[in-house]
Design a protein around this ligand. Structure first.
Ligand code: AMP
Length: 418
């Protein structure tokens, strides 16, 4: 299957080819013709499936085919985080490079005025986080009364982050007649309710869950005492000669502290989380991509939607409280067919979390002690309990994260758009 059969115009095919993409991903194959036919869609797709192009390409085509409404935007993409908004708009510009369409990205944490200036010059398409978008509407620097296409990207994460009221406020500002595209990695009751109220006879599109794609990732757990994790991580990075590693911590404070400690160990490092300014986050990401930062330490929310290709190594410095987050984390490695390695540093206190993850994945993660870092007796990680894993996978994304130690970054702290 090639892109040529999807009904896309030559300018878009040229932009896709310029990216080196020759074969559409499953979500692109299914979603692009439906969107071009004008249908609403409800798509279950995670980051890494090619979902951004799946909605961006047909959206650009439809905007190009219809006359512009002066300076008011005709398409709106809502995202949960600033990073994702920036990346989606970057994709819009990449795929739209041969079409005369204008786009803007709107998110909080940066000055209002440049965004106001940009909007005043006129745009066809806006990519935004909900809070700042509403600020613009409130100041009358943006009119959403001409939107023809609405995309909710990572809708489940938007709900997790408490954006439901903002989303409803945005929906109330849109014209009734429009096309709606909803993308979500998971289907909770909340997502179903949102979809029911929003979508009009939607086409359902489901692609393989990331846990299937995760087969390309080799996963291993290293038992280690909590107090020796930093030392073990530095050892792994240095002995392995890793140039680029993404490290996950559960808390913002933990991310900062670990990043500073790695620097003291002679490993260039930067932390990325919701308390960092937008500028600092963008800088950390570009330094990491450019290779001047070896270890990028991130919280789950900050890492969500980061567009980093083919990372060879991802380390869970701490296991996430929600097993589903583990799947998102390890999805950062082994993309696009290249083998990746996901390592988890697991202390005795984290066994329950590891079991949850194994139940969700329906597979064991092998425990491999590293010589010199084996936990002392009494601190040894227990092996998986096979009979616990026969049951249904644990409930995903319902209620607050479980677990005791530390407050994970979440609800309204990370990437809140204002
Ligand atoms: P996304 O799921 O939108 O975050 O996309 C994941 C990654 O896949 C991005 O880095 C895209 O640039 C890349 N990508 C998107 N479509 C294709 C394709 N058809 N072939 C290869 N890579 C792709």
């Amino acid at each position: 299957m090639s892109f040529d059969s999807l009904g896309l115009r030559a300018e878009l095919l040229r932009a896709v080819a310029a990216q080196g993409y020759t074969v559409p991903t499953p979500i692109q194959l299914k979603a692009i013709p439906e969107i071009l036919a004008g249908h609403d869609i409800l798509a279950g797709a995670q980051t890494g499936t090619g979902k951004t192009a799946a909605f961006t390409l047909p959206m650009l085509q439809m905007l190009h085919a219809r006359p512009s409404q002066g300076r008011h935007p005709r398409a709106l993409v809502l995202t949960p985080t600033r990073e994702l908004a920036a990346q989606v708009e970057e994709s819009v510009r990449t795929y739209g490079q041969y079409l005369p369409l204008r786009s803007a990205v709107i998110f909080g944490g940066v000055g209002m005025q440049p965004q106001v200036d940009r909007l005043r010059r006129g745009v066809d398409l806006v990519v935004a986080t909900p809070g700042r978008l509403l600020d613009h509407v409130g100041q009358r620097t943006l009119d959403l009364g001409h939107i023809e296409i609405l995309v909710l990207d990572e809708a489940d994460r938007m709900l997790d982050m408490g954006f439901i009221h903002d989303i409803k406020r945005v929906l109330a500002l849109l014209p009734k007649r429009r096309q709606n595209l909803l993308f979500s990695a998971t289907y909770s009751e909340d997502i179903k309710r949102l979809a029911d109220g929003l979508l009009n006879e939607p086409k359902l599109i489901e692609v393989a869950r990331r846990s299937a794609a995760a087969e390309l990732v080799s996963q291993v757990a290293h038992p280690v005492e909590q107090g020796r994790k930093r030392e073990l991580l530095a050892h792994l990075i240095q002995e392995g000669g890793w140039d680029q590693v993404l490290v996950f911590t559960r808390t913002k404070h933990g991310a900062n502290r670990l990043s500073e400690q790695l620097e003291r160990d002679g490993i260039t490092s930067a932390a990325i989380h919701g308390n960092k300014s937008q500028g600092a986050r963008t800088r950390a990401l570009s330094d990491f991509k450019a290779g001047s930062v070896r270890a990028l330490v991130a919280t789950d929310i900050a890492a969500r939607g980061l567009d980093i290709d083919r990372l060879p190594h991802v380390v869970n410095f701490e296991l996430p409280n929600v097993a589903e987050d583990y799947v998102h984390r390890i999805g950062r490695t082994g993309r696009a067919g290249s083998e990746g390695r996901a390592l988890s540093l697991v202390s005795a206190e984290e066994h329950g979390l590891l079991l949850d993850i194994q139940r969700l994945l329906r597979r064991d993660i092998p425990m491999e002690p590293i010589p010199g870092f084996e936990p002392r007796p009494g601190q040894v990680a227990a092996p998986a309990e096979p009979d616990r894993r026969r049951g249904p996978p644990p409930q995903r994304r319902s209620g607050p994260p479980r677990g005791r130690a530390g407050a994970p970054e979440g609800h309204r702290t990370g990437g809140r758009g204002r």
